[in-house]
Design a protein around this ligand. Structure first.
Ligand code: C5P
Length: 304
């Protein structure tokens, strides 16, 4: 508990804490302590701080403690610690560059109003975190979202679809692109420099909005001439006829896989923690295969 507190606050008053403060390599902690120390709000807060800055943690486990009590606080089993270290340092995605889009975009109408899509960013951010955990070098291009920047990921914040596209193109070449953002299909043709007034001088009360189409980021990457990633993955959020729309999207957007998810209101997918995926893969000769995934958490979908 003491050591986590020092690490969380950047204290470096012995060799170990000094080495940790001076490293830019991944750090994994395997805490072990008395159960009440573990549950203490100070420890909880310190661990949350460490995790937010990219420190990985394993354990502690439940069992017999040094002081003779039974509870949470035993150091994780050494074999599990070794497994975790191996994945973190030598994960299967080591050397892979991944580009991920997440969240909605905001398309300004005037300085105070915008149009957007429903999206929490939970799925895209979880994918970025999962890729980083498996050793990939990850850039996340995120629209406005209340999700925290994932640990170990370079996160670029953007507002509009056009900004998102530019940020993505700046990252090419990459090995894999995963477009999970809910990009607004349209934007107001002109974003007014001043707030549009409710009571307008010409007597009309409701302004009309002219919309123009936004660039399609997934399609631009999927059909990129020189720098198409080896694997291009898109999402298809549909409320009906999920598979057939997703199949059409696979070829229309030059992607290799489409993860189709059911966002009909009764599913609770929007803003929720769970997702139901149908994976559609581009097959030989224009064919496509469909794989059904169980209804599971967005974190589990990301890992898979
Ligand atoms: O066309 P639709 O929005 O249903 O397609 C969904 C997929 O396309 C998602 O992967 C989404 O991130 C991507 N997309 C995009 N740029 C757009 C529209 C959608 O990258 N302008």
């Amino acid at each position: 508990a003491d050591f986590l507190a020092k690490m969380a606050n950047g204290i470096a008053d012995d060799l170990a804490t000094t080495a940790l403060l001076a490293t830019d390599r991944p750090i994994l902690v395997a805490p072990a302590m008395n159960s009440r120390m573990w549950a203490n709000p100070a420890t909880v807060r310190n661990l949350a701080l460490l995790k937010a800055s990219g420190v990985m943690a394993i354990g502690p486990a439940h069992g017999e403690l040094a002081e003779g009590e039974i509870g949470i606080g035993r150091m994780a089993e050494p074999a599990d610690i070794v497994d975790t270290i191996e994945t973190a340092l030598d994960g299967p995605l080591q050397g892979i560059r991944a580009l991920i889009t997440s969240g909605p975009t905001h398309e300004p109408i005037d300085p105070v109003r915008y149009i957007t899509n429903r999206s929490s960013g939970k799925q895209g951010h979880a994918i970025a975190a999962a890729c980083a955990r498996l050793g990939a070098s990850v850039t996340l291009i995120s629209g406005p979202s209340s999700e925290a920047d994932p640990p170990g990921v370079e996160t670029v914040h953007v507002e509009t679809a056009r900004d998102m596209l530019e940020a993505c193109l700046n990252e090419l070449p990459v090995d894999v692109a995963i477009c999970a953002a809910a990009v607004s299909d349209w934007r107001p043709a002109e974003a007014k420099a001043q707030k549009i007034k409710k009571n307008r001088r010409d007597g009309t009360t409701s302004p009309s909005l002219e919309l123009v189409e936004n660039p399609d980021i997934l399609a631009t990457i999927g059909m990129h001439g020189n720098n198409r990633p080896r694997l291009v993955i898109g999402f298809a959020a549909e409320t009906d006829e999920i598979i057939s729309y997703a199949r059409a999207k696979l070829s229309a957007k030059g992607s290799d896989w489409i993860l189709a998810n059911d966002v009909a209101p009764h599913t609770g997918t929007f803003g929720g923690d769970d997702n139901k995926i149908h994976l559609i893969k581009r097959g030989a000769g224009g064919a496509s295969d469909v794989e059904e995934w169980p209804h599971t958490s967005k974190t589990e979908v990301a890992a898979r």
